[in-house]
Design a protein around this ligand. Sequence first.
Ligand SMILES: [Zn+2]
Length: 62
Amino acid sequence: MYDRHTDEVPPLPPAPAPVAHEPTTVERGSFCTARCGCGWYGPARRSRDRARTDAAEHLAAP
Ligand SMILES: [Zn+2]
């Protein structure tokens, strides 16, 4: 395919996509945990509202 001789600088590799912070809450048994697409996850909470708060806090300060 590429058999031309190049002195050119090769194109830069595509920059990695910025991590999307999209926290969701996951229920496990009677606990609810906030998790994010970046790999972050919050502590298990007994209340989904608490998990949502954890998620909101992570969004505010990832
Ligand atoms: Zn995140």
